[in-house]
Design a binder for this molecule. Structure first.
Ligand code: WTA
Length: 630
């Protein structure tokens, strides 16, 4: 871990219009924060009580460091809170979900329609023998059926594990076997940039030697050339739900029952199955969506993330639906058929809240202001950012060009493990470009040195969370040691693994990871997973990867590779190795550069010193290399 270091930044401030604060749910940030600190349990009780509980909890939390139980004896169901609650009130015929495909296709579900589809899918899963507690892997493109599948699992108490559709067969296999999924739900193809990209063969490969899998449900979208269904194992999505009852009572779940597992990269070894539970996660996702995005009934809300990531779980699906919002999802990419596609969606549907990633914003910056200028963006009211630091230049562009100097920008810092937003600038508060903001009411965060002592403003340190929060992860699936590790690194706190700095006003700027994770275009990639994909190629003896700064993606992956005896470096071999990574891990984990080397810097205990590689790559001082082997 790095020692304290000083960080330079400016004090430039943007002041929002006073009306923003006046009309917001949260009102004055400091007042809300003080109320939370004065009595955290009442604060969370008040938020939780806005949701439906089949039977109430008698206490808010039990905290035995580092294990929490929230609303422990309460009984609820998050899918019930997303759907039944809305159908029972004036939102019955309100649009819940708009799906926008490529080539001008769209599908729209009202709350009632979504509710009925979810119940049918829930009954379909039951027909396959899925019961409460079983794991279901969802590996699908961004289509309504992906969301319907998630909600159907939640409705019957099955634990979903959504795997991003961009992962390859090996990555998918390890996630299916890790979670011991009984059923996998997938699609034949995903449509991207006007082409259909087959998915089903990836599943076919991924379920070899995955003995837990009993059925594969296949959504067939490619109507011209429907894929064959192998009946001994597979079932067509719509056949499965054709003759089932459209009624399915929501399972009464204990607040602490698991809701989902979501795999995230670790700095060492296999990806970690982050476990979230029904009650606490529900309250965290609900509260933050309501207050950070200030959702109101006439908002049209668009989060561009894929439900394969935590952002999609909390802020495409659960949070907004619990708030009765109209949500938009699209399978399209921001640059197809041209760089105006996102802005046309904003204009067409009258999007009021837009939540996207810095990497997308930087890409738009590169493509120029003409594109957004072609569309009328005046419906926008709030802009959000997530996944990596929103650098001041990107903030300024987003605020000025997209928000017309009018919309608050909420740069939200959080993680798969936290389940909900933790740090941001609540709307109505002054914004400091480059700084995510302050801990939201409900969260206690700080920047500390390695002993846990707060560092003065201007000095970099480790970001920690000091108190439990409802949507904190409860476990790393089947790996208690890795759970413990988060809490042992800096005694007494949850160490998030990011470096950060505070300004005089107490705003936090997140600087990047302090461990071996690489954040590429907002996606966490574990060095270990990429390195093991590289060495599984027959020509590769050893490999090390580092993140290299990139204008658009934040970071790209550079790989250093030592070849096995008998293999010579060549461009052809480079491409072969890249192809191998694409097929095993998926395109998102592909290095953008491979350099063949004959040795790697290592400690005497044999650990690769990636920091030395990185310093050399960037022409910087590698720092203390006294532990280097050679
Ligand atoms: C990074 C995504 C700076 C950070 C929600 C964190 C950010 C990791 C921000 C979690 C932000 C996320 N500013 N960095 N606003 N948001 N990060 O689990 O390094 O996919 O630890 O969750 O992304 O990534 P994850």
């Amino acid at each position: 871990m790095a020692e304290d270091f000083s960080v330079k930044f400016t004090d430039k401030q943007y002041l929002p219009d006073p009306s923003v604060k006046k009309n917001s749910w949260i009102g004055d940030y400091q007042k809300a924060y003080n109320a939370f600190i004065k009595d955290p349990d009442s604060f969370w009780d008040k938020n939780a009580s806005e949701l439906h509980w089949f039977s109430p909890y008698s206490k808010v939390k039990e905290w035995n460091f580092p294990h929490a139980r929230w609303f422990p004896d309460g009984k609820t169901n998050i899918a019930y809170n997303c759907l039944d609650r809305q159908v029972q009130n004036a939102r019955r015929n309100k649009v819940a979900l708009i799906w926008k495909g490529e080539e001008d296709t769209e599908r729209i579900y009202t709350y009632r329609q979504l509710y009925r589809e979810v119940m049918r899918m829930a009954n379909g899963l039951k027909k396959l023998g899925v019961v409460k507690g079983d794991r279901v892997c969802i590996y699908m493109p961004m289509v309504p059926e992906q969301i319907i599948s998630m909600l159907a699992c939640a409705r019957i108490g099955a634990v979903h594990s959504v795997v991003f559709g961009g992962f390859g067969a090996a990555a998918l296999h390890s996630r299916i076997t890790g979670a011991e999924a009984k059923v996998v739900i997938t699609a034949d193809v995903t449509f991207r940039r006007g082409k259909s990209i087959p998915l089903k063969h990836i599943i076919e490969e991924a379920i070899i030697d995955a003995p837990s899998v009993e059925h594969v449900v296949v959504l067939r979208r490619e109507l011209h050339q429907p894929v064959e269904i192998h009946r001994e194992m597979e079932v067509d999505f719509y056949d499965l739900i054709k003759d089932v009852s459209p009624d399915c009572e929501a399972e009464v779940m204990d607040a602490e029952d698991p809701l989902f597992i979501l795999y995230t990269s670790g700095s060492t070894g296999a990806p970690k199955g982050i476990v979230h539970t029904c009650g606490g996660y529900m309250v965290g996702a609900y509260y933050t969506t309501k207050n950070v995005f200030d959702i109101k009934d006439n908002d049209v809300y668009w989060c561009t993330a894929d439900p394969g990531w935590i952002t999609g779980h909390s802020y495409v699906v659960y949070g907004p639906l619990m708030n009765g919002a109209t949500i938009i999802i699209t399978e399209g990419t921001p640059d197809y058929p041209d760089a105006g596609s996102y802005w046309r969606i904003v204009e067409d549907f009258g999007v009021t809240i837009l939540y996207t990633a810095p990497t997308a914003i930087r890409m738009f910056m590169k493509m120029g202001e003409d594109w957004p200028d072609k569309s009328n963006l005046s419906s926008l009211r709030i802009l959000g950012s997530v996944g990596e630091p929103l650098n001041p230049e990107a903030f300024e562009w987003y605020y000025r060009v997209i928000g017309n100097n009018r919309c608050p920008v909420v740069d939200t810092w959080w993680q798969t493990e936290t389940g909900m937003h933790m740090i941001t600038t609540m709307i109505g508060e002054p914004m400091y470009p480059g700084f995510a903001g302050k801990p939201i009411p409900g969260v206690v965060a700080d920047v500390v040195d390695k002993d846990g002592k707060p560092v003065p403003h201007g000095t970099g340190g480790f970001l920690v969370l000091k108190e439990p929060w409802p949507s904190m992860f409860r476990a790393v699936f089947k790996d208690p040691e890795r759970y413990q590790k988060y809490w042992d690194t800096i005694p007494g706190y949850y160490t998030v693994g990011d470096l950060a700095v505070k300004n005089k006003q107490g705003y936090i700027m997140v600087l990047g990871r302090s461990d071996d994770l690489i954040v590429v275009a907002g996606h966490n990639i574990g060095t270990a997973e990429v390195e093991s994909a590289l060495v599984s190629h027959k020509a590769v003896a050893e490999a090390a990867v580092i993140g290299k700064p990139d204008d658009v993606k934040g970071n790209v992956i550079k790989a250093f590779v030592i070849l096995r005896l008998g293999h010579e470096p060549s461009d052809r071999l480079k491409n072969e190795i890249l192809y191998h990574v694409r097929i095993t891990l998926g395109p998102i984990a592909m290095p953008s550069e491979i350099e063949f080397v004959t040795s790697l810097p290592k400690t005497r205990s044999g650990k690769i010193m990636r920091r030395v590689l990185k310093a050399k790559e960037m022409g910087m001082d590698p720092g203390d290399i006294s532990t280097i082997e050679d």
